[in-house]
Design a protein. Structure first.
Ligand SMILES: [Zn+2]
Ligand SMILES: [Zn+2]
Length: 251
């Protein structure tokens, strides 16, 4: 089992942002820091270079790197990775990839298709891997606060809680680290919080749609102006609207 360190201050801080998911705030902050780091000094560290060369970056993270105005750093990283992909390409198995038996039975396994051989060269993302690790740390810290800090528990239960994917992350973490009774208490709380917040969003989003009716022109928006963005963020993790990982003055 991995060892986790506990880092409660950022969790408290994210909770106070009052967003649709405090873990999404932490993820986005972490993502920005990692993107800066990959384009900063750590680019030249052999360890990092090996991992970048082997995996590269997913589309989202490639775009984040490109947005950072360090085209030389980005280009050097990609040059190094490009060379490694060229080398590996030479070593890939040739041919159609489906064995005789598989063809006889009409099977075409995903693992041995030509596309999957090439897939080895472009699946995965070093930044995603790193980010997942950081998120497990934060999830562990949240769980620690839940167990040990009554004020946090209260504030968490009064908050907008978590998005759907991060509720899953938290429950997995809780299943690993809490005993049966503590787990079912936590699970019930997370589900209730999620349910309440989905209902809140349903009302907000419905009012958003009703505002398109001219008869409602003069009625106030209430909380509904950004209900569409927040609904997407609740169901999918932060995707739309103001970047929760950026301070307002930076964005
Ligand atoms: Zn989230
Ligand atoms: Zn990625």
């Amino acid at each position: 089992m991995p060892r986790y360190h506990i880092d409660t201050i950022p969790v408290w801080d994210a909770l106070r942002q009052d967003s649709e998911c405090l873990l999404c705030v932490l993820r986005r902050r972490s993502e920005h820091l990692l993107a800066d780091r990959y384009l900063g000094g750590s680019v030249m560290e052999p360890d990092t270079r090996i991992r970048v060369n082997a995996k590269g970056f997913c589309r989202d993270h490639q775009r984040m790197l490109q947005d950072r105005q360090n085209k030389l750093g980005h280009a050097l990283m990609m040059l190094s990775r490009l060379k490694e992909v060229e080398e590996k390409l030479d070593g890939l198995p040739q041919g159609r990839g489906t064995g005789r038996a598989a063809r006889l039975w009409g099977l075409r396994s995903a693992e041995d298709s030509p596309a999957s051989a090439l897939g080895e060269l472009h699946r995965g993302c070093v930044l995603c891997d790193h980010l997942d690790e950081n998120m497990r740390q934060y999830a562990y810290s949240l769980l620690h606060l839940w167990k040990t800090d009554g004020a946090f528990r209260q504030a968490f239960l009064a908050s907008k809680g978590l998005c759907l994917p991060d509720a899953g992350l938290m429950l997995d973490m809780a299943a690993e680290h809490l005993d049966a009774a503590a787990f079912s208490e936590f699970q019930a709380a997370v589900r209730r919080l999620l349910g309440e917040n989905l209902r809140r969003l349903e009302e907000e989003l419905e009012w958003f749609t009703l505002k398109f009716d001219y008869r409602n022109n003069d009625k106030p928006w209430g909380n509904s102006r950004d209900a569409l963005e927040r609904t997407v963020n609740k169901l999918r993790g932060w995707t739309l609207g103001e970047d929760p990982g950026r301070d307002k003055k930076q964005s």
